[in-house]
Design a protein around this ligand. Sequence first.
Ligand SMILES: Nc1ncnc2c1ncn2[C@@H]1O[C@H](COP(=O)(O)OP(=O)(O)OP(=O)(O)O)[C@@H](O)[C@H]1O
Length: 384
Amino acid sequence: MASLLHRLGKGRTCYTQFSRIGRSLASEATAMYGKPLQLPLQARWMSTPAGTVTGFDEMIKGTQRKFYLLGGKGGVGKTSCAASLAVKFANHGHPTIVVSTDPAHSLSDSFAQDLTGGTLVPVQGVDSPLFALELNPEKAKEEFRKSQKAGNDGVKDLMDGMGLGMLSDQVSDLWGSETWGVARHSSPWVLQITESEEYSKFTRIVFDTAPTGHTLRLLSLPDFMDASIGKMLKLKEKLSSATSALKSMFGKNDGQKQQLTSNKLEKLREKMYKVRDLFRDSDSTEFIIVTIPTVMAVSESSRLHASLLKESIPVHRLVVNQLLPPLATDCKFCAMRRKDQARALDMIQKDPGLDKLRLVEAPLFDAEIRGVPALKFMGDTVWK
Ligand SMILES: Nc1ncnc2c1ncn2[C@@H]1O[C@H](COP(=O)(O)OP(=O)(O)OP(=O)(O)O)[C@@H](O)[C@H]1O
């Protein structure tokens, strides 16, 4: 960190790699696509902050399946960082999926390929298997609607079966709350990715998450669902003894139906426990916070970090993206921005939380990061 501040403060010429990187990317792209690259890639990047050690060696170690969730404030570069990390994992031999959980997807834009459709789509131009999945909120919503209907019907049946149908509205309110709204978008695929056979061959799963608020709701989902299901089951327990007498009086016995619903809720609860434990297990999951060096972004990152700690989600790295590269001389505009960035970095250094994370430095490139060659370049620059 001190060296980064030093570099930002002092400025230093560092253009030497420019043309070499440009030439090697151009020939790589020609080999890959059979024609010269049309993107503004060649020799256009500015310098790279030297000396960053992300600990990528640690990140690729082992064939055990690992989940990397990248999140932060809107527009800081989450997709670019997630996509570049996924490309790097794949190029290091890990069968990888990059998943976008942001309803406003930008994976297709980032890879400059059509990755839409809500199913696994192979990414072209990568050495090893890399698949992308842009979760289709409409499709997920539809799937969840079906299961929710089953759930609602189940709860309603349970209540009706107990002769207390009016209470089922209260339970429905619980199911229809905002967090369940997130569940409608997210639950089917979280469970699908973590459980299904189709996904089990992938050893790295990189999540490009939605901006902070949505992501936090998603991560707190298992606990919320657990509590909701807990409430339902408790209610059921309390009521069943009171109603059994009534039912036997009227000769109505829905015991089997009730048992079935309880079992369904218990099963859902168990699945949620699994997801929660997975997200909290530092052997299988890491949340990487992505930020930019501005006071606003760092403040939000600090809050995000505190919330993640509260949820016991493992966080070890903080990517500081779009750092101004060192230059021999600054124009007035660059000098002002550099000062701003130094202030934000100072904030990180003094933040009791962010200061303990490993800093991953990502420079501001002078071209938009689009397409596999650009992502590969970004990956090789940032993740090392
Ligand atoms: N280090 C960088 N240098 C230059 N351009 C960058 C850098 N990082 C990201 N960008 C560009 O900034 C824009 C936003 O990046 P990206 O889509 O990765 O952000 P995001 O955090 O995922 O955004 P959103 O919150 O809207 O999903 C893109 O045009 C991307 O190419």
